[in-house]
Design a binder for this molecule. Sequence first.
Ligand SMILES: [Zn+2]
Ligand SMILES: [Zn+2]
Length: 172
Amino acid sequence: MRQKITRRTKKRGEHHLWKGGRYINDAGYYMVYSPEHPRAMKNGYVREHIVISEKAIGGILPNKCQVHHYGDKLDNSKIVICEDQHYHNMIHTRTDSLLYSGDVNRRKCKFCKEYDDIDNLYCKHLKTRSGWNVYHRGCRNKYEMQRKLNNTHAKNETNKGMVPEYGCSRNK
Ligand SMILES: [Zn+2]
Ligand SMILES: [Zn+2]
């Protein structure tokens, strides 16, 4: 009874998605039909770059490993197998730095969005997420001051009704 249901689901999946054995998922990656694969989804499909990586390393890709596309997301001939998310993030940071500043070692200030030498920036490792908080101290101070100003402004806005309006006495 249970087997019958499984078979029906798979068949329906194939009928709907079958395009030469692969389709593009919502995230924009090729999916290939491989129902026996340990990472296969309910419809029996696996991300193609995982299957290709596993062929390259000759075994199962460990769960903490990630696959980076250095070309187009759909170009599975241009991939790098990363040992973990940290390594993958580093590739993206360095690639972006090279692209936007011409130097792989620069980092982007989260406030002014400019790339600069690490020596000029404050870099704080984020404990909760895998990544870094990077900014110029000056930009952060400016941001904090602006925030305080905005708060004061917001308070004044709330008190508006209580403050007498200028110009009224002249019209009287
Ligand atoms: Zn990547
Ligand atoms: Zn800045």
